[in-house]
Design a protein around this ligand. Structure first.
Ligand code: ADP
Length: 454
């Protein structure tokens, strides 16, 4: 924050400039400009479906509520204050986001170090709107109004290490800011194309959708409306290639119309872009009609055209993990590898599964699974083997069992991990109100069985 001009200094300068005879003393240094070095922390508030309150009013009410909050800031829910009838009537939930980085660095964020940035949103319950013009084929695209109910909680459920999610969020936020400020692309170049690549089932498609949902919430004061168009790259290559060209044209005409509305933020998700490269290669080798080349080229040209619109972000995924050498990929600014979950990520994914099963009464409720969060995961293995830790404590047994399950799942994708608790449950001889420790033992067997079939 810039300090207001110091009246004393202005006065001294005035004296110096008017008294010509007196030797002018050197002007005192200006007081340092105090920077606001508080950490910006996002606070997201979801309105009830029935709420008709103005977003600005709710935001102000939450800002006032947070001013009274003299606690530390950590990711997670904040209770809606029961003594505030306006908030209880309109707000379903409030959540603090993005503090993990600080917490992982063991820095606790206290309220005076934090500058809360409140984002208020209401979920769309409209569901996807499919394009069914493909004459009985797969729809060539789905359209979602964002933030959508279907993607609620997806961002939080995806677990990666090394700040991947934060990196993507920051990248997209910078790209939108540069566009908004009209930065000259000849002087500073950037674009709005993201490519996530890695083995199947590592959450790439989900991460793209979750990112679009997050950005639609974070940028809703600039862009009150957001849409996601999910393009099915396979279906663009119908067996009638002459149709494909028309489909691409139709699709991009629709996107163009959306983009022309400057209050819209449009996300275009093109899944499995490698199918475009494959189609091109097949056409070159003569095994597919050369029309497919035209379709891929049309798609690339249309994407280049879209790039000039400030309010579009193109999200792409590919299951090919090695170098992807298509023209398409060269256009991406951020290429992030999304790999299979590490031990810590596997532990966290399984912990979140366990938490859900305890919460919904499938597993007997021994205690809150939040207690199983391990702050310093790197030393976990040594700690588990320390004799004093091995005393008969339920929490400790459970941590150990969960850790063993996570170790047993090495090589599994995130998708397989999320299915594992279901398969485990189906394999139990007594599936009612099962004890979590027994459940985790069974899970290790199930994981081994699954891995042996890979
Ligand atoms: P991909 O596009 O890479 O094939 P998906 O987005 O289809 O993967 O992932 C399928 C599901 O697998 C996700 O919806 C999610 O439930 C689960 N999943 C995959 N990776 C992870 C992860 N890192 N953390 C949590 N869940 C994951």
């Amino acid at each position: 924050l810039q300090n207001p001009p110091d009246p004393d200094i202005s006065d001294q300068n005035a004296v110096a400039s008017t008294s010509a005879s007196a030797p002018s003393p050197p002007p005192p240094p200006l007081p340092p400009v105090l920077a606001d070095d508080r950490v910006s922390v996002s606070v997201e508030a979801c309105l009830k479906p029935s709420s008709t309150a103005r977003i600005d009013d709710v935001r102000s009410a939450i800002e006032r509520m947070l001013e009274k909050r003299s606690l530390s800031y950590i990711d997670g829910p904040v209770p809606v204050p029961l003594d505030d009838p306006f908030l209880t009537e309109n707000v379903e939930r409030i959540r603090i986001c993005d503090t993990d980085e600080w917490v992982q660095n063991h820095e606790i964020l206290l309220f005076w170090q934090v500058k809360p940035v409140v984002h208020v949103f209401q979920l769309s319950e409209e569901g996807p709107c499919e394009d069914l013009s493909g004459d009985g084929q797969l729809p060539s695209f789905n359209e979602w109004m964002l933030p959508a109910k279907e993607f609620d909680g997806m961002w939080e459920s995806l677990i990666y290490e090394s700040g991947l999610k934060q990196r993507l969020l920051r990248y997209a936020a910078s790209a939108l800011l540069f566009t908004e400020k009209g930065i000259d692309p000849f002087l500073v170049s950037w674009n709005r194309i993201i490519l996530l690549h890695g083995p199947p089932g590592t959450g790439k498609t989900s991460l793209c959708k979750a990112l679009a949902q997050k950005l639609s919430i974070r940028f809703n004061s600039r862009y009150p409306q957001s849409q996601l168009i999910e393009v099915n790259a396979h279906s663009l290559f119908s067996k009638w290639f002459s149709e494909s060209g028309k489909l691409v044209a139709k699709l991009f005409q629709k996107i163009q119309e959306m983009v022309e509305e400057e209050n819209n933020l449009v996300f275009v998700l093109i899944d499995e872009v490698e199918s475009l490269a494959a189609a091109r290669k097949a056409a070159l080798s003569g095994s597919e009609p050369s029309d497919s080349i035209r379709v891929v080229n049309a798609l690339l040209t249309q994407m280049d055209k879209l790039k000039s619109s400030p309010n579009v972000i193109i999200l792409t995924t590919s299951n090919i993990t090695t170098a992807i050498d298509i023209a398409f990929v060269d256009r991406a600014d951020i290429k992030a590898y999304v790999g299979p979950p590490t031990l810590q990520a596997r532990y966290e994914i399984l912990r979140s599964c366990l938490q859900e099963l305890v919460k919904k009464g499938i597993l007997s409720n021994f205690q809150d699974c939040d207690h199983l969060v391990i702050p310093n995961f790197a030393c976990m293995k040594e700690k588990l083997n320390m004799p004093e830790m091995q005393e008969a404590q339920t929490k400790f047994h459970l941590c150990k069992q969960l850790f063993e399950a996570a170790e047993a799942c090495e090589g599994m994708s995130g998708r397989s991990l999320r299915k594992l608790p279901f398969l485990t449950h189906a394999a139990l001889s007594n599936p009612y109100n099962c004890d979590p420790i027994k459940f985790l033992c069974k899970m290790v067997d199930t994981a081994r069985g699954e891995l042996s079939e890979l």
